[in-house]
Design a protein around this ligand. Sequence first.
Ligand code: SAH
Length: 281
Amino acid sequence: MHSLAHPTAAPELLPGAVWLVGAGPGDPGLLTLHAVRAIRAADVVLYDALINTEILAEARPDARLVCVGRRKGNAPTAQDEIVRLMIEHARQGARVVRLKGGDPCMFGRGGEEAAALRDAHIPFRIVPGVTAGIGGLAYAGIAATHRDANAAVTFLTGHQTGGALPGDLDWDALARNDNALVVYMGVSALDRIVPELLAHGRDASTPVAIVAQATTPSQRVVTTTLGEAIFAARRAKIETPALIVIGRIADPALATPWFEPQQDERAARITDRSLLAAFTA
Ligand code: SAH
């Protein structure tokens, strides 16, 4: 693995530092080399509920692994408590990894946490990850941009702090043209998102894909249309996490599905830890 990285491009997680690390959408093979090295070096890993816990097997046996996300009905650790923990461990001289699903800065508060570390004069690094809205789509055979479909793609969240739809979304702009929308945290807000788009003029026949548990052995893709999406999601009993893709990129005619773990026993091995070991040996 070291041979893959240029010597000067292989930074080291040092005592007293915090790295904000993206873990990707689930498949451990989508971790970056920086991410794997940091997890292996860490004294403390503060991880979100969304990450694939197989990844934690890469941590040292004596590392402290702390779940700060919502787990089995437990309330998630408050954001200021997470920041406090990062800073406290770093000040005690620990090598700290703050591990987040996907990319730390895509609906992941990576920007806020980096600012808090800067303000506390803690050395930090941001290790980008494969965000679900791109990598998860790829595992559904959906290209985030397709020459025949869209010249722009908008990532939006269906869920603000408190659970409401963000108030500052410009539904006119989102509905107006053929651009693709990729909605994070959107399943429970689908019954508000769909009527807004229809009311602002988006065509009911617009293709929609719902990509659930992308890149994992439980991945499911439901293709439907904007007019049918609420019903289709209910009927399919979509399990989160899931992305909602709206626009021509979601048209099955443009998609090239290749990862179908439910049908393909071999693909289920993709999260086998030995695979990660093979990647990084
Ligand atoms: N920082 C993460 C996103 C965190 S917000 C990233 O860059 O991917 C959480 C939302 O991400 C979920 O509600 C879902 O919409 C999406 N998501 C994350 N992992 C996913 C996965 N494996 N499959 C489908 N959606 C996923």
